[in-house]
Design a binder for this molecule. Structure first.
Ligand SMILES: O=C(CO)[C@H](O)[C@H](O)COP(=O)(O)O
Length: 262
């Protein structure tokens, strides 16, 4: 059964499985969005259903909310939870300082609010997400639909003035229509190649009229759990570096794997 999973899915699964070890009874937990975060939500649901773990989950998108409810997690809003012990989410890229690009799934706004409202943010990722410099993955910015073309032009002008390589800015599409976020906004993807100064970039992008938020998560992530296709998992802490390295066994997990693939 486990043989049916691709190496990348195995990597995502082991990172997700290790991450739920950080969740304790009674915690309020931010639930990220994307395929890696979905594995985590499934693993967490298994603990809730079968081990009696009691937690409240705050989802970062409507699709995560739906999955969390399906697997038996009690879902509350961020306003109900007020503050979270922990958020576990995926990422599109992370660098050595554990700064991130997120938003490949279009949920960056809720993800950033939820992560920022948490005592700790853990990112779960397959090994392909690690980069020396951020920017090969297109950087998403969420813009309101009103005047989005103006916001796009302003973003292009800003990038030229900053001498940023690339500078191609595209409207994210879904079939033939603009992709619409949970908040009813659009996403512009900035094809930059390399972001020399992510701190500065994160700040200036949010000054553009119409931009609601950008996908750079700077100084937000505390821990990255990196999964490999052969079952190895590495836990890196922002202050202490690599704090654990081992291999997760797949034996006995067939039912969970089956469940996870439903
Ligand atoms: O930021 C995100 C969604 O907005 C995701 O966490 C990011 O795109 C990674 O997704 P995946 O785990 O599917 O690779």
């Amino acid at each position: 059964m486990t043989g049916e999973l691709s190496p990348i899915d195995k990597a995502k699964f082991v990172a997700a499985k290790r991450a739920v070890d950080f969740i304790e009874d009674g915690m309020r937990v931010g639930l990220g969005t994307g395929s890696t975060a979905a594995w985590m939500v499934r693993c967490l649901g298994d603990l809730v259903r079968n081990d009696g773990l009691k937690i409240k989950g705050v989802p970062t998108s409507t699709r995560t909310a739906e999955l969390a409810r399906d697997v038996g997690i009690e879902v509350v809003t961020l306003d109900e939870a007020k503050w979270l012990d922990l958020t576990i989410d995926g990422a599109d890229e992370f660098d050595q300082e554990l700064n991130l690009i997120k938003g490949g799934g279009g949920a960056l706004l809720q993800e950033k609010i939820v992560a920022t409202a948490s005592d700790q943010m853990i990112v779960i990722a397959d090994v392909g997400k690690e980069v020396e410099s951020l920017g090969a993955f297109p950087l998403p910015i969420e813009v309101i639909p009103f005047g989005w073309k103006t916001s796009k032009s302003l973003a292009e002008e800003l990038l030229v003035s900053m001498d940023v390589l690339g500078q191609d800015v595209t409207l994210r599409m879904n079939d033939d229509k603009p992709f619409v976020t949970d908040e009813g906004n659009y996403i512009l993807d900035l094809h930059l190649g390399r972001i020399g100064n992510p701190h500065q970039m994160a700040m200036v992008l949010n000054q553009i009229p119409g931009v609601v938020e950008n996908g750079l998560f700077i100084d937000i992530c505390d821990v990255v759990i990196l999964g490999y296709g052969d079952g190895r998992v590495e836990t890196r802490d922002i202050n202490e570096g690599t704090i654990a390295q081992d291999r997760l066994e797949f034996e006995g997990s067939d039912n969970l794997f089956t469940d996870l693939q439903d």
